[in-house]
Design a protein around this ligand. Structure first.
Ligand code: HEC
Length: 139
């Protein structure tokens, strides 16, 4: 009896663990959609930019592609002239992450706000995206 009960408990734990992995935020799902632009990466990132790169991969890349190269059919590239600083200054990034975005440049639908990120984390993401943009001639 006891052994059976242990078996049942083990099975339940297993199912719960599988569900947890399955339901983990989609950010951990690898980016499978095709990139939309060719992105050249800077030779080096500062520590802050590297931290931003990790946060971007975890929170933004499913829709904006690896390194902001876009994800075909899902979301636009951020390494794009539309997002140069004069048209989308840093404030636009904070607003996008904290408030979400009504679709207006593309037809991928609205961007949902990403409420789990702190201002400091958003700042790191911006530092990283700006570095990648600069490397690709977008100022
Ligand atoms: C669920 C998909 C999705 C996720 C996740 C997402 N975005 Fe977006 N984002 C979009 C879409 C779609 C647009 C384009 C809206 C439009 O048509 O202009 C957009 C637009 C933007 C813009 C432009 C805002 C403007 O003023 O036009 C910025 C900046 C941005 N995203 C940054 C981010 C950052 C940084 C993250 C991660 C913290 C992120 N996004 C996560 C889908 C997403």
């Amino acid at each position: 009896m006891a052994a059976q009960r242990v078996g049942v408990i083990a099975a339940i734990v297993g199912v719960v663990a599988l569900l947890a992995v399955w339901a983990w935020p989609r950010a951990d799902v690898p980016v499978t959609a095709a990139a939309m632009v060719d992105v050249v990466l800077p030779a080096e990132f500062t520590d802050t930019q590297a931290a931003g790169a990790t946060l971007f991969a975890q929170n933004c890349a499913t829709c904006h592609g690896d390194h902001g190269a876009g994800a075909e059919g899902i979301g636009p590239p951020l390494v794009h002239i539309i997002y140069e600083t004069s048209h989308h200054p840093d404030g636009a990034f904070y607003a996008a992450v904290q408030l979400g975005v009504q679709a207006h440049h593309w037809d991928y639908g609205n961007m949902p706000r990403q409420p789990d990120l702190t201002e400091g984390q958003i700042a790191r993401i911006i530092d990283y995206i700006r570095a990648v943009q600069r490397e690709n001639g977008i100022f």
